[in-house]
Design a protein around this ligand. Structure first.
Ligand code: DX5
Ligand code: ZN
Length: 214
């Protein structure tokens, strides 16, 4: 599995230590959660922090934008070092245009679906995507419980991608641990995001390895 630890659960007073753990682990990417206090009822961190993280890691940055109208910031996200720009389906009025802008800026484009948004909403855009992120909690906070119905959505999306011969990866975010991660992997997920499970653990590297080897 591709593992993308989420910095949201890291100790922000010692962020470099958390990035060093990711650097020295089986994690493939660094997941950065940006919240604007409008699209979600919380505010996390923004561009200066992502830019600082990019200076101390060679792992690709997977930037998950929980903000309204993320298309306004495509170049800004690229310039702070992102490899993957993840925008919410529910936050984009002109999603196709935003995906084009992300690709033109030289990043991989991913679309995120909230728990209540059906996979079928992607039928007209799936062929243009590098990845789909299925939220397995309502976005805005770490440490929530995995929503079981996500497993059915993963299976449905896996079928859509395979039937249409698309190459989009399936990423899952929220409440991921060894048990829920196993269920996601079995259903066809490619990428697991994990915050609390990794950074609240005594040995974060071991938990990353556990997810990577599911
Ligand atoms: C939630 C964020 C997640 C969060 C996951 O809105 O998108 O990336 O960090 O945290 P855990 O793994 O603790 O559920
Ligand atoms: Zn996230």
């Amino acid at each position: 599995m591709i593992v993308a630890p989420s910095l949201l659960a890291a100790d922000f007073a010692n962020l470099a230590d958390s990035v060093a753990i990711i650097n020295d682990s089986q994690a493939s990417w660094v997941h950065c959660d940006v919240m604007d206090g409008v699209f979600v009822p919380n505010i996390s961190f923004g561009f200066p922090v992502i830019e600082a993280v990019s200076r101390i890691t060679d792992k690709p940055l997977d930037v998950h934008l929980m903000i309204t109208d993320p298309g306004r910031y495509v170049e800004r996200v690229r310039d702070c070092g992102a490899s993957i720009m993840n925008v919410h389906f529910e936050a984009c009025t002109h999603l196709h245009r935003t995906i084009q802008q992300i690709h033109r800026a030289g990043m991989k484009a991913a679309v995120t679906l909230n728990p209540a948004t059906p996979v079928m909403a992607l039928t007209e855009i799936i062929q243009d995507l590098d990845m789909v992120l299925l939220m397995s909690v309502n976005p805005g906070f770490g440490g929530q419980s995995f929503i079981d119905h996500t497993v059915d959505k993963i299976r449905c999306l896996r079928q859509m991608i395979d039937e249409r011969g698309c190459s989009a990866l399936i990423e899952v975010d929220g409440g991921i641990n060894a048990e829920t991660g196993r269920r996601c992997a079995d259903a066809g997920a490619d990428v697991l995001v994990a915050g609390s499970y990794v950074f609240k653990a005594a040995d974060p590297r071991a938990e990353i390895a556990c997810l990577a080897n599911l």
